[in-house]
Design a binder for this molecule. Structure first.
Ligand code: ADP
Ligand code: MG
Length: 250
């Protein structure tokens, strides 16, 4: 008997007007996979993520999480089932401290009011601090979010996604705009947390050093279709991937 995949994507399609952004994508993720989704700009990576989290509806195809259909399920319910993604920190939360933001997310996970800036103080404080320590932000816990550097905002986004206690974590360009050192640092933190929490990850990233350093599997998209899928070594050697994406550069 084949084991049930954590995530199974079957022939998923999404068009915008005449543009077929995602055109019949199929793949499976097993628990513990750290899978990179790579491909040129416009390949359909972000659209695919938006389909997985319910931000967009599929035109066709099916998405199964733990064997259960989730296509057509609203984003908040998908999040409750255990799929979290990073989002930009909402502008309204800029005046809250870093810790208060994480507390609010933790409370939301528990189904409690999201609007409790004034009452959040004693709630989930220890859990929030533990999470901030994991992402390397504990020293900035009492800073207002509006004062954070870009790198630290990215760490906070990761902490907020983790506050949802996901089984599957989706990271769309988690290190966008960061320096080479910051990228390596952030991906190091992600991989540590993934191992500690036994998470499964799907991530996009443009830096191939980061991709090949972090991924256990790689899915290559091109014009909305799967060009290749497999181990980093297999993908690196795939002639079609070389031609279309990795380029012939020595
Ligand atoms: P990637 O993340 O790989 O760069 P996207 O998923 O953002 O690619 O985009 C795939 C294609 O779909 C592109 O041609 C893009 O212009 C188009 N697209 C994405 N989102 C929208 C949208 N909301 N409206 C119209 N076209 C879109
Ligand atoms: Mg994108």
């Amino acid at each position: 008997m084949a084991e049930v995949a954590l995530l199974e994507v079957r022939g998923v399609c999404k068009a915008f007007g005449g543009v077929q952004a995602v055109a019949g994508v199929c793949f499976r993720l097993r628990g513990g996979d750290v899978q990179a989704v790579i491909g040129p700009n416009g390949a359909g990576k972000s659209t695919l993520f938006n389909l997985l989290t319910g931000q967009l509806r599929c035109d066709a195809g099916q998405i199964l999480f733990r064997g259960e259909r989730i296509d057509g399920t609203p984003p908040h319910q998908i999040w409750r089932k255990g799929i979290s993604r990073t989002f930009q920190v909402p502008a309204a939360f800029q005046s809250l401290t870093v810790r208060e933001n994480v507390q609010t997310a933790l409370l939301s996970r528990q189904g409690r009011s999201r609007n409790l800036a004034s009452r959040a103080a004693p709630l989930c404080e220890d859990a929030a601090s533990a999470l901030l320590a994991q992402v390397g932000l504990l020293a900035d816990a009492d800073e207002a979010c509006g004062n954070l550097s870009l790198g630290d905002v990215k760490r906070l986004e990761l902490a907020l996604a983790l506050a949802g206690e996901p089984a599957l974590l989706l990271l769309d360009e988690p290190a966008a705009g960061m320096s080479v050192d910051e990228r390596a640092d952030l991906m190091g933190a992600v991989l540590r947390i993934v191992r500690e929490r036994n998470l499964t990850v799907l991530f996009t990233e443009h830096d191939m050093d980061v991709v090949f350093g972090a991924a256990t599997r790689i899915l290559v998209l091109h014009q909305g279709r799967v060009l290749a899928e497999g181990s980093p070594a297999a993908v690196r050697e795939n002639a079609e991937v070389q031609r279309v994406y990795l380029g012939g550069a020595p």
